[in-house]
Design a protein around this ligand. Sequence first.
Ligand code: SAM
Length: 453
Amino acid sequence: MKIDILTLFPEHVNALLHESILGRACKKGILDINCVQIRDYTENRQNQVDDYPYGGGFGCVMMAQPLKACLDAAVQAAGKRRRRVIYLSPQGKPFNQETARRLQREYDHLVLVCGHYEGVDERFLEACVDEEISLGDFVLTGGELAAMAVTDAVCRLVPGVLSDPQCYIGESHWDGLLEYPQYTRPEVWEGRAVPEVLLNGDHQKVEHWRRFQQLERTRERRPDLYRAFQPKTKEDSALIMELERRSGRVRLTEPLSYRPATEADLPRILEIRETARESLARYGVDQWQGPYPAEEDFRKDLKRGESFVVLHGSETAAFFTLSTRPEPEYDAIRDGKWSDIPEACILHRAAAAREYRGSGIAGAIIRFAGQQTLLWGRRCIRADTHRKNKPTQNMLRENGFRYRGNITISSEPGHDPERLCFEKILKKPGQDTGSIPGIVPKRKEEPEKERES
Ligand SMILES: C[S@@+](CC[C@H](N)C(=O)[O-])C[C@H]1O[C@@H](n2cnc3c(N)ncnc32)[C@H](O)[C@@H]1O
């Protein structure tokens, strides 16, 4: 790998990059890092490299001519190579490990242009630069520190620079995670002991512990990276589930599956109903705060084949009812109206276990309910929710439901009977959505008098 750094301060840059690991790799001929003085390529007698900005303003701007001449000389000396000309700039794309890997993989000559003062004449950038890289969202006085960081991060990936690729494989940012904590001798330092698992010589346990630490650390310190991380192995998926379970939240690491609920599901359904009841109370919503929905309601749902459970692995994560029976209270809609689609499915009595809330499970339920509704030959889903239940209202809107109007339900005395009605029109009637075990097409059924939302 050849790197030319075009700078006004070659001595500073050279001093650092020719020390230690990179210095040794240069001596071995694996790397060729070269700093070029831009001032040597000026065409004026004062060796001036900068001038006042057109249009006025503070400071000076580096002129295009010396930069271009310096770049041409570097290119000519290097000959034909896979080359990339990079300007270090606070306006560039933020530098990261992925960029370092790409530059090492795709090029064998990097020309790093360091600006100074107020920056560089834009015409040089337009004409000569392939990409702009930033060290971060802050402003340095010159591009040298950024050029050194890029050089260091790229060069340590060049084969032969580090003693073994294992030195960088698995480090922070290698696969989107931070590294696990590291320890060295002594075993106890100032009363702090090395974790037991690292001392017992069981490599499998050490690997398991380290991976768990990587995930936990990344989750705590860099939630952005953690959210973006997609597990590629069963082991990672299991560790994420374990981590989320310990922290009281679950991340959907495997596809959800759905099936009609059975009697055996009732205890879990009632358990989830209790946690939903508690969180509604916490939001100040008096929905589900009386006996409704009672065990009897769920029992009826499941006898009609309208009650479903959502499984994550082997765990029941949520339940919901999808009904083809008309809802008489929906006929009295006010402040708006339903679409003129004659038959709809109604989604109600739905809740997810506490640890699954915010995991995207609600959207998944709605997608499934849409497929099921089409399978039952209907084209829209209707739902209603308490007027104070903002999380559910937002979730419905985010998942394609439209507000249609209000209804007043026959709720328990003292409970707010106002409900907001929502409707989602399904776009692909007749689409083959596959069959679900135990679910058969339904016929039109008569309404039944019972409910509280
Ligand atoms: C003072 S800065 C110029 C900043 C410029 N006026 C602006 O606001 O975008 C001078 C030089 O430092 C370098 N520099 C400053 N901040 C940087 C960063 N975050 N990443 C990479 N290079 C940076 C660039 O080469 C730039 O030309």
